[in-house]
Design a protein around this ligand. Structure first.
Ligand SMILES: Cc1cc2nc3c(=O)[nH]c(=O)nc-3n(C[C@H](O)[C@H](O)[C@H](O)COP(=O)(O)O)c2cc1C
Length: 151
């Protein structure tokens, strides 16, 4: 089974930490940076979409690439880091994915260091996030997804 994780993590590299921890444990996973890498997703059986959150949604680059380049019918998992948990941040991306008949197998979200706007003046929030436990939570989340798919 071939997995790629399409990610964008421009604010503080918080989401990238989750992706890199997964790659460290499962080294056949391919990480694709939404801004820097050529995005060709057809060959992958499982595709992760990972992003920081801006204005209640996955980053616009990720939303756009998903619209333009996600093949139909793929198995997907979603990961994000955000300033504050508890918002429905996957609504927009999920809508795009369902229009492409993709199946979302699971979602993992945790908090991440945030210095957006006036937060910068007070040194930001969630300075220590994602914590090692939150990062390992993402690795376990991925492990659970692939073991379900292999059954
Ligand atoms: C322009 C901007 C807008 C943001 N909007 C939200 C938001 O609507 N909700 C939220 O919980 N966090 C928001 N955040 C915080 C980020 O989602 C959070 O810091 C995230 O961990 C950044 O991920 P990254 O380092 O992988 O880019 C925002 C941050 C920025 C810079």
């Amino acid at each position: 089974m071939k997995t790629a994780i399409l990610y964008e993590s421009w604010h503080h590299g918080n989401t990238k930490k989750l992706c890199e921890a997964i790659k460290k444990e499962y080294n056949d996973v391919v990480l694709l940076n939404a801004k820097e890498d050529a995005i060709a997703l057809e060959e992958y059986d499982l595709i992760g979409i990972a992003s920081g959150i801006a204005y209640g949604k996955f980053y616009k680059e990720i939303e756009q690439i998903t619209k333009e380049k996600m093949p139909e019918g793929k198995n997907i998992f979603l990961m994000y880091t955000c300033g504050k948990l508890g918002q429905d941040v996957t609504k927009s991306i999920t809508k795009t994915l369902s229009s492409k008949k993709c199946t979302v197998l699971g979602t993992y979200g945790c908090t991440g260091y945030n210095t957006y706007g006036p937060l910068k003046l007070i040194g930001g929030m969630n300075k220590a996030n994602p914590t090692e436990d939150e990062i390992q939570g993402a690795v376990k989340f991925y492990g659970d997804i692939i073991s379900k798919l292999k059954k």
